[in-house]
Design a protein around this ligand. Structure first.
Ligand SMILES: [Zn+2]
Length: 302
């Protein structure tokens, strides 16, 4: 009787121990990384002409596939580097370029351009790493395929006096949430410009910009292999830094026309400081980002 009770007690301990080990194991795997991938189109391997980047362009169908191939290379790398969750944000134009049937089935996809946070919609503190795929140089870069910031109407955007392209603005958002930008692919100018913001970022130049129109492209298979390796290494090494939040975000935006700045003064916070330039200050980067996006994308007086 006593022996049997002891056996029962012992058996209970064994059960408890097994439960502990199993739940500990689950906790460990639940600590896998959550990775955010923002995918633009101009800096995708194999893309060189503007008939490739807009819906209705003769080569657009091919480009959507090329875009998915670079995205998939990054997704594969992210999972190899320890990701257990990957969210892809379509970040180009209509933001409906990537087709879910072309994407690695493990990734979730955010689509459509009606987003307050555009290229970084859905990014928040819960992510462990950010990857930029298919990025391009900022507006008015002397070299850089399809160099622009947000849209063709923008000449320059400065945040607290520092000129920022799309990579720079999206980096400020990642810093706000305390998520490191671990990797970028695009042309060599986009990669160089990103290194000014995040010197430790792994850069994959899938093409060398000869000028705004001509490039020398890496063989596709090689480019994708490099993207996969950089994503793997970047995610594996990702450590979350403290959130970098500035006291305020003063934005100066110079446009290529006078109509958008004039219309923008409808918002009390937006000051017209020159016929083509507006300024405003917000306390948080997400707020500043939302206004920048409204100014270049949603105001269209014509
Ligand atoms: Zn872009």
């Amino acid at each position: 009787m006593v022996f049997s009770s002891l056996t029962k007690v012992f058996a209970s301990f064994v059960v408890l121990f097994v439960v502990f080990v199993v739940s500990f194991g689950e906790t460990t795997s639940a600590q896998g990384k959550k990775v955010y991938i923002s995918v633009d189109m101009e800096g995708i391997s194999g893309i060189v002409g503007d008939d490739q980047t807009g819906a209705g362009g003769a080569e657009y169908g091919r480009s959507r596939k090329l875009m998915a191939e670079d995205a998939n290379a990054a997704i594969r790398g992210a999972f190899e580097g320890g990701a257990t969750e990957v969210v892809v944000n379509d970040s180009h134009g209509s933001q409906r370029n990537l087709m879910p049937e072309d994407l690695d089935p493990r990734a979730r996809l955010i689509s459509h351009s009606f987003k307050r946070h555009g290229m970084v919609e859905g990014l928040d503190e819960t992510f462990d790493a950010v990857i930029f795929i298919g990025y391009h140089a900022k507006a008015d870069s002397p070299r850089g395929l399809f160099a622009h910031t947000g849209s063709g109407v923008v000449k320059d955007v400065q945040v607290n006096g520092r000129s920022a392209g799309e990579g720079g603005l999206n980096t400020l958002m990642a810093q706000w949430y305390g998520v490191p930008v671990v990797m970028i692919s695009g042309d060599d100018v986009a990669v160089e410009q990103q290194k000014e913001w995040t010197p430790a970022v792994k850069g994959v130049a899938v093409k060398r910009a000869i000028n705004m129109r001509a490039v020398e492209g890496k063989p596709l298979a090689e480019a994708r292999k490099e993207i996969q390796a950089a994503a793997r290494e970047g995610v594996a090494a990702a450590r979350k830094p403290a959130r970098e939040r500035l006291a305020s975000y003063k934005v100066r935006m110079q446009l290529r026309n006078f109509t958008i700045p004039e219309v923008a003064t409808a918002f009390r916070e937006v000051q017209l400081v020159a016929p083509d330039t507006v300024e405003f200050t917000r306390e948080s980067m997400p707020e500043a980002y939302r206004i920048i996006r409204v100014l270049y994308r949603f105001i269209n007086p014509d």
